[in-house]
Design a protein around this ligand. Sequence first.
Ligand SMILES: *Cc1c(COP(=O)(O)O)cnc(C)c1O
Length: 246
Amino acid sequence: MTATMSTGATRNLRNTWEETRTRIATAATKWGRLCDSVGLVAISKGHPASALRTVAGFGQRDFGENYLQEALPKIQQLADLSLTWHFTGQLQGNKTRTVAEHFAWVHTLDRERIAMRLNEQRPHYAPPLNVCLQVSLVDEPGKGGVPPEQVLALAQAVVKLPKLKLRGLMCIPPPRDTFEEQRALFEQLADCQRRLVDGGFALDTLSMGMTADLEAAIAAGATWVRIGTAIFGERLKKTDDVDETT
Ligand SMILES: *Cc1c(COP(=O)(O)O)cnc(C)c1O
């Protein structure tokens, strides 16, 4: 039996999902971007499969998950919907096979060793795994990401791997109070990507912008915004920081 949501909960999700789409479209228009140049990854960690199924019913195709133990049952329960799954959590070496087998995108690649494992473990029947390199624009120990000065070397290693497709860069900047401060950080990621493109890399993706800063990310050129709270509401705090499956 499939769990379903009450009509009230469904109506609420429709409102929050549509409001999020409107925020994206409004920002895109304001900054001279085409609305469909900014994709929405619905970050669904901490929320049940029934909520994802409801949002998928509105037309949402891309979902992001951070914790494999939580993601796998959802992916299985929603297999009939042919959704596109994005891995947005921290990648550990012993988890790469599951990611390589079940996801279409990885937004958080930051080490060559992990890239090599994903490449080896990507099933032969699957298309190359789309990857973004996570860049740490601000030094935050334990948060993951490659420092900007090491991005080129990692990109050079990743493009050699046939079962990975390097699409672009990703960041999770620390909270900033003002739009201009948020935007300045996102512009750093965009600059970083421009340098790679000038160097011959064919990149088309900037994964940046969450509930609190999506407008600034779109102003700076985001092509994926990753939105959780604005769509699904608050989640349990614990799943933000801890992967309990270690
Ligand atoms: C949780 C998470 C998000 C969504 O954050 P919200 O503030 O809830 O929109 C986006 N990206 C990553 C990598 C996350 O872990």
